[in-house]
Design a protein around this ligand. Structure first.
Ligand code: PEP
Ligand code: CO
Length: 465
């Protein structure tokens, strides 16, 4: 699981790269497609379909991430652990945009810097799994690997990987992006009208009043600026969103990796910002090989057990030209390990001369299983995260970055715009016993809309300090 520094490193950075050069490498977490011909038919179809994003959007994001690395912007990277095909609906998409917009408004207010909004959406349909199979009541079936691969129901038919789902995933990503772009162009994200983004939360939550006050202050500042300059402040009538997903299924990513007119190199046009997951971050593996050749910015999930020199070797391999904004290191150590692990890695990276965008993912190192003692889910183990642990990792990360003089450039959070009960704690003190009420994630537990906004307020306070 851990990347290792091998003598291959120096040789490989200079070796020729093609969108297929990963094929000879060890490739973890790929679906066990049962029918090679069906896979080939799906990939041939994908290669003919239009891309989902454009190279100029990707270039714009890379420049903005370079600003975040330098502390001039802040990245808000958030969304579902795993999108679902049946949640490609207007209300679910609008709710995702609203919560990201609200959080970003709070962060702008607190941090006094522009916020880059990147959703874990429009393609987050494939999941790495720690086990190939799942057993229930003595029956063993292949694990659910995300809607791009199979279905979550527990029957052999539903768990059978079907490569045509990749085409369906591409289509649903396109529908999601199409609706997001239309909403943004139509003024949904106009900073003059943040009232469009209200979720019910604002009316019912104890934090609603704080949020309303913040919105009013921002509106006043905007009007003041516009009176002063006598025109609309550039860019305030719309905000941008970028898409992002774990670049897990390399056949899919390679089929959407293309050259474009008037630019050099290859772009992965399935998303603006793919990331390499913790389970596939293998220096000599297929994922690192694939992602070293594309022009997109790339995220790397770094976590417990990773040696500082291994991180430097990964930067050397993935970003030999030290391009600003190219690599984001998304740290997910957990509240109990971050203080021990992160400073050593920051030191090694700093002295190596790379300046990646540092991002804190306070979710993935803080997952735990609890067994509620009463309520609808009594006695049944359930995966959750504690709000206090998430906050503790964030607080420590801010402190570590401050002490090291290296900006924390953003946060990566699993959240939803809906009223789910998947993480405990927060202003309403959700308990283990209440988790079963509205637990909807098929994979990792997300902050619900109220917890997400509360988290944004706490981050904003930290940024202001
Ligand atoms: C995820 O982001 O959903 C994920 C699986 O993260 P990690 O690779 O950090 O475990
Ligand atoms: Co997750």
């Amino acid at each position: 699981m851990k990347p290792v520094v091998s003598p291959l490193a120096a040789v490989d950075s200079a070796a020729p790269w093609t969108p297929d050069s990963w094929r000879g490498r060890p490739c973890r977490q790929q679906p066990p497609w049962p029918d090679a011909e069906a896979l080939e038919r799906a990939l041939a179809e994908l290669r003919t379909l239009p891309p989902l994003v454009t190279s100029w959007e990707i270039e714009a994001l890379r420049q903005q991430l370079a600003d975040a690395a330098a502390g001039r912007r802040f990245l808000l990277h958030g969304g579902d652990c795993c999108e679902q095909f049946d949640e490609c609906t207007s209300s679910a998409i609008a709710a995702k945009l609203k919560i990201l917009l609200q959080m970003s408004l709070v962060l702008v207010h607190g941090g006094r810097r522009p916020v880059i909004r990147v959703g874990r959406f429009a393609g987050q349909y494939a999941k790495p799994r720690s086990s190939e199979t799942e057993t229930r009541h003595g029956v063993t079936l292949p694990s659910y690997r995300g809607d791009n691969v199979n279905r979550s129901g527990f029957t052999p038919e539903e768990r059978r990987p079907d490569p045509w789902r990749l085409i369906e995933g591409h289509a649903r990503s396109a529908m999601t992006l199409n609706f997001i772009r239309a909403l943004v162009d139509g003024g949904f994200a106009d900073l003059h009208h943040p009232e469009n983004w209200d979720l019910d939360f604002v009316k019912h939550s104890p934090l609603g009043a704080d949020y309303q006050r913040m919105v009013e202050q921002l509106g006043e500042s905007l009007r003041f600026m516009e009176t002063l300059v006598g025109a609309q402040v550039l860019g305030t009538n719309r905000v941008d969103f970028f898409s992002s997903h774990e670049g897990l299924i390399l056949d899919y990513e390679a089929a959407l990796t293309r050259t474009v007119p008037h630019r050099e190199g290859f772009y992965d046009l399935s998303t603006h910002f793919p990331w390499i997951g913790y389970r596939t971050l293998d220096l000599d593996g297929a994922h690192v090989e694939f992602f070293r050749g594309i022009a997109n910015p790339v995220g790397l999930k770094i976590g417990p057990g990773l040696e500082p020199q291994a991180v430097v070797a990964l930067l050397q391999r993935l970003d030999p030209n030290r391009q600003p904004g190219k690599i984001a290191l998304i740290a997910r150590f957990g509240a109990h390990q971050v203080a021990h692990e992160l400073p050593r890695i920051i030191d090694a990276v700093k002295s190596s001369g790379w300046t990646p965008t540092w991002v804190c993912d306070p979710m993935h190192g803080n997952t735990e299983t609890v067994i509620p003692s009463s309520g609808a889910g009594a006695g049944v183990p359930i995966k959750t995260r504690k709000f206090a642990h998430i906050l503790a990792e964030l607080e420590q990360s801010f402190e570590i970055h401050r002490a090291k003089g290296v900006p924390l450039g953003g946060v990566h959070i699993e959240l939803t715009g809906e009223d789910v009960t998947e993480c405990t704690g927060g202003a309403r003190g959700l308990s283990d016993e209440q988790l079963a009420r509205a637990y909807r994630s098929r994979v990792d537990p997300r902050l619900n809309y109220e917890q997400a906004l509360e988290m944004a307020m706490l981050i904003a306070r930290r940024m202001r300090d």
